[in-house]
Ligand binder design. Structure first.
Ligand SMILES: Cc1cc2nc3c(=O)[nH]c(=O)nc-3n(C[C@H](O)[C@H](O)[C@H](O)COP(=O)(O)OP(=O)(O)OC[C@H]3O[C@@H](n4cnc5c(N)ncnc54)[C@H](O)[C@@H]3O)c2cc1C
Length: 409
């Protein structure tokens, strides 16, 4: 049994340095331009693919290291460079994780590489869960999947909202209701292969931050996919539905309030926490340097305790959040979650990113409030970490249910 340790080995140190260099040389200088353009930063993602930083092999290596720490280390560096571009590089990973978590070994081997393409022909993937009327409440999805037995095909209809890489992805992984009466337990995930008729991009959202990341509606109109595109297979789905129907007829108990899929959700949350830490660290480092250089009343502003103490609090909060993220990443990788440590890490890191970037604007004063300096953009970017992959309140809900075992509403 692996001993709990957050020690970073030499190989991880080297990888971290390599990603940091790319973030410093390529991502950071491009952040402002792609934020202004509000377009997917294809040239940067292609460059990442050329050096082996975007691709199936790299993601598999990062995802499966025994300590669980490689992924948060890599992600923090990418998002230190820029969050919109960082998400453009990491966004396909959500769909890949959805396939890896629910698919058979054959499905993983067939579809996950297609989420990334090759260094010469870069592809993207999108994970389509949220809908206009079902964001936090994922049990209420309206997108329907109906089985056409004669053709062994599934027919998907519905509208997905807020989808990262929506419409421009090669592979869309769509979560749909097979039996709406069973709510979350009546849902299944489907691969929509490239160029499938009926899938189209809806509106592209104009966002507050992470503007380089492509976020759209995805419309599904009589989208037909082969039976083999049901992740996990029909037999497994039928068994799951039968169990859920049986449970429906039994009286609810307090313990039934625990989320059965908590382990899966919890697994991806430290990664989002690491994204938040990358942005927070960028803002902290920038404002520390600025405070040492900016003169007011004849001395650098850092000589004022109020500024120096702000920076002391910023680094302390960032370190605390990183420790929670790394702890959760290790526990998740080693199957050792006790409570909702993944949600705790994401909750804390999201708050720290928003708070730290706001303090950074304060330290830069008027300059911080302009687009001449990056802290304004980082503050806009940071807010997403309180919202996607479960809002701040949903993390609190998950944590409070985990610690109490009660169905907290
Ligand atoms: C930039 C961006 C990218 C995204 N990418 C993806 C993606 O790739 N794939 C995907 O499927 N989704 C994606 N999402 C969707 C995201 O996960 C949802 O926006 C999020 O889950 C919140 O859902 P909602 O927007 O419908 O808010 P709502 O669920 O309507 O929540 C509104 C408010 O009510 C609060 N609230 C809701 N329920 C409760 C409750 N029970 N208790 C207390 N408070 C509650 C929430 O915390 C929030 O403050 C993305 C969103 C954004 C903004």
């Amino acid at each position: 049994m692996a001993e709990f340790s957050l020690a970073i080995n030499e190989e991880q140190e080297q990888l971290k340095d390599w990603v940091h260099q790319f973030a410093k040389d390529v991502i950071r200088p491009a952040g402002e331009e792609w934020d202004e353009r509000e377009e997917f930063p294809w040239p940067i993602v292609q460059e990442a693919a050329k050096i082996g930083l975007y691709g199936f092999d790299f993601m598999a290596q990062a995802m499966f290291d025994a300590s669980g720490l490689t992924m948060p280390l890599v992600i923090e560096e990418l998002f230190w460079g820029d969050a919109g571009i960082g998400l453009s590089i990491m966004g396909s990973g959500l769909a890949a994780a959805g396939i890896a978590g629910n698919g058979t070994a054959e499905q993983v081997m067939e579809w996950v590489p297609q989420c990334y393409g090759t260094a010469d022909d870069v592809k993207l993937a999108a994970f389509c869960v949220s809908e206009p009327d079902a964001g936090s409440d994922v049990s209420s999805l309206r997108t329907r999947a109906v089985y056409d037995e004669a053709k062994d095909e599934w027919v998907l209809n519905g509208t997905k909202a807020w989808i990262t890489n929506g419409g421009i992805a090669n592979i869309h992984v769509v979560v749909a209701a097979v039996d709406p009466e069973l709510k979350g337990r009546g849902q299944a995930s489907f691969i929509v292969p490239p160029d499938t008729p009926g899938l189209s991009q809806g509106q592209k959202y104009k966002k507050h931050g992470i503007k380089a990341s492509h976020t759209t509606e995805v419309v599904l109109e009589d989208v037909r996919v082969p039976g083999s595109c049901l992740l996990g297979g029909k037999e497994k789905l039928d068994e799951k539905l039968a169990r859920a129907r049986e449970a429906l007829n039994k009286p609810a108990t307090e313990s039934s309030g625990k989320q059965p899929a908590m382990a899966t959700f919890e697994a991806t949350r430290p990664a989002v926490g690491a994204m938040a830490i990358g942005v927070a660290r960028a803002a902290y480092e920038y404002s520390l340097q600025y405070a040492q250089e900016r003169m007011a009343f004849g001395k650098p502003i850092i000589k004022n305790q109020s500024i120096a103490f702000m920076l002391a609090d910023m680094i302390t909060e960032i370190d605390a959040a990183r420790l929670l993220v790394h702890r959760a990443a290790w526990l998740s990788r080693n199957g050792k979650y006790v409570n909702a440590e993944g949600s705790q890490s994401k909750l804390k890191a999201g708050r720290v990113a928003v708070w730290t970037t706001e303090r950074a604007i304060q330290i830069l004063g008027g300059y911080g409030y302009t687009r001449e300096y990056p802290v304004e953009r980082w503050h806009r970017d940071a807010k997403i970490f309180d919202i996607f992959e479960g809002t701040e309140q949903i993390q609190q809900l998950v944590i409070s249910r985990a610690i109490s075992g009660l169905r907290i509403e």
